[in-house]
Design a protein around this ligand. Structure first.
Ligand code: DGL
Length: 276
């Protein structure tokens, strides 16, 4: 592809489901001129309880689909996948950017010097990806982790401020008690929707703790990467949204993740990755 064509090519973004729309929304806000193509693998979500081998296979399927659409860059808007492909910075001759490193950098910048904590899916926590990324940037920094698998179905159900979610959060966040944690990384694309509730629950367990959503930092790194590669697009960007199952269901809940701020109605097209 010629440089001009590449500049005008879309940015590909994928997630295991719709949670990655929180990252896509941050990209749309930071880079309004860029065309975005989003893929949510709703047929195979959740990834968080799967083996590293399966998650890697899904990564290759999703990336191949986006590459076939001619994207110039792939953003893995899924912590679980990013955690497994931490060492892969290029795939099929395309730059690939995950959420772990930007999240780790942003957490260190936001922290007041205390211990950091990471909450995420079982696979993300088991991989230790955030712990490794933080250790590479600040070797002395203590990092605690906790898997919070029930948060994903609670968010999908729309129980963002529900007594059941509150009581699950109290249980999951108890590990913060008596620690000097000052920043908790929301290491799963669904968790930013629980930020108000989690911040509130934390005030009773470990007052003063801040919740860090890596999405903004990811968008800023994409912006810098495009600038360094001279691949920025000009004009008004367009968006296309694909899911691998139940587009009407995606349509119904997508605004929860995409956010009112973007002020756009989302239309989802269904795609079968097996035949691509
Ligand atoms: N999108 C996933 C993540 O950010 C969470 C949902 C899943 O388990 O697939 O880790």
């Amino acid at each position: 592809m010629r440089t001009g064509d590449l500049q005008n090519a879309p940015i590909g973004v994928f997630d295991s489901g719709l949670g990655g729309l929180t990252v896509a929304a941050a990209l749309a806000a930071a880079l309004p001129s860029e065309d975005l193509v989003y893929l949510g693998d709703t047929a195979r979500v959740p990834y968080g309880s799967r083996s590293p081998e399966t998650i890697l296979r899904y990564f290759y399927n999703n990336s191949a689909f986006l590459k076939n659409l001619g994207v110039k860059l792939i953003v893995i808007a899924c912590n679980t996948v990013s955690a497994q492909v931490l060492d892969l910075n290029r795939f099929l001759d395309l730059p690939v950017l995950g959420v772990i490193q930007p999240g780790a950098r942003a957490a260190l910048a936001a922290s007041r010097g205390g211990t950091l904590a990471v909450i995420g899916t079982k696979a993300t926590v088991k991989s230790g990806a955030y712990v490794k990324a933080i250790a590479a940037l600040d070797p002395g920094r203590r990092v605690l982790q906790a898997a919070c698998p029930l948060f994903v179905p609670l968010v999908e159900e729309g129980w963002l401020d529900h007594p059941v979610t509150r009581s699950v959060a109290c249980e999951y966040l108890r590990f913060l008690e008596g620690t000097d944690v000052d920043t908790v990384i929301l290491g799963c694309t669904h968790y930013p929707l629980l930020k108000p509730l989690l911040t509130e629950v934390c005030q009773t367990i470990r007052p003063g703790v801040q919740m860090l959503d890596p999405a903004h930092a990811v968008a800023m790194e994409v912006k810098l990467l495009l600038e360094s590669l001279h691949l920025q697009r000009s004009g008004q960007g367009t968006r296309r949204f694909f899911v691998t199952d139940a587009p009407e269901q995606a349509q119904a809940v997508a605004s929860r993740f995409w956010g009112q701020a973007v002020g756009e109605e989302l239309r989802f097209e269904q795609v079968d990755l097996e035949v691509k």
